[in-house]
Design a protein around this ligand. Sequence first.
Ligand SMILES: C[S@@+](CC[C@H](N)C(=O)[O-])C[C@H]1O[C@@H](n2cnc3c(N)ncnc32)[C@H](O)[C@@H]1O
Length: 316
Amino acid sequence: MEELVEPTAAQLEAFPTSDPGALIAREPLYATHTGACFVGDAQDLLSELPPRSIDLVVTSPPYALHFEKEYGNVPKAEYINWFAPFAAGVHRVLRDSGSFVLNLGGSYNAGEPTRSLYHFKLLVHLVDTLGFHLAQECFWYNPAKLPTPAEWVNVRRVRIKDSVEYVWWLSKTPNPKANNANVLVPYSKDMKRLMQRGLRATRRPSGHHVTQKFLKDRGGSIPSNLLEWGNNDSNSAFIRRCRELGVTSHPARFPRVLPEFFIRLLTAPGDIVLDIFSGSNTTGSVAEQLGRGWLAFEIDEKYARISALRFDQEIL
Ligand SMILES: C[S@@+](CC[C@H](N)C(=O)[O-])C[C@H]1O[C@@H](n2cnc3c(N)ncnc32)[C@H](O)[C@@H]1O
């Protein structure tokens, strides 16, 4: 398995080794030092990319909800048929070492307090029909998520608060490039105490042998697949700039930590990261900061123009 390391200052300076925008033979809406944003339907744009040219696709598509959001949502019954051509395009453009990270929210069935299975059905389709591998299922726990639908949770009080979204980490082969040493989290207080005090080697009831090796300082703990992040960047430089210019920022931005976590876990400096439903281009701006190349596709030109503000470009 390929080793990933953090970019050195010299590597960041030397970037780009390739020009991601040049992979597509049309004019981007805007380009930066390490990436380019294109306006258009992601299906068309994917078909214009050469096969095996992308290291990681991170994206959050319009979810299947039974009410329309500002940027349009897809009815649940049609979701797999709608999404499949995009996923097939992603499969084609990924390198064999590449990953496809897909963030989806769950939802209720219309008119009753039961949950839809659309995101599970989609996952089965992506693996069984389109040939992706499920590298790992991850869960984004957002404690600040509002309790909805009000009818079931707040009024009738027959359901509890839904606080997770799904992040399917899919890969083109069973062994995608990855290194969890790049996403370590601080040790817990208990672990720090143990590391100071030491422990007596024991066998756990589970049969695991716990030895002193367990206490070696490796720079942090391996994160779990329950990823806790709030989604509150109301004070970020991008949002402040949008406010100053009197423009409304994208209503469904994901937190920067989401693409950051997977870009660190799954790519090396100089690799190319693509977001096919890029909205306010959170993914591109994080990729640029981490010294990765990036491409962003967005069908709504208004959102794409506003996203340029993340790179200090004003093309409103
Ligand atoms: C959930 S939002 C993504 C938000 C993004 N993660 C962010 O942080 O700003 C989904 C985006 O997909 C865009 N979209 C919908 N259909 C598309 C298509 N066929 N091709 C490209 N973009 C599309 C929508 O306009 C919307 O901006």
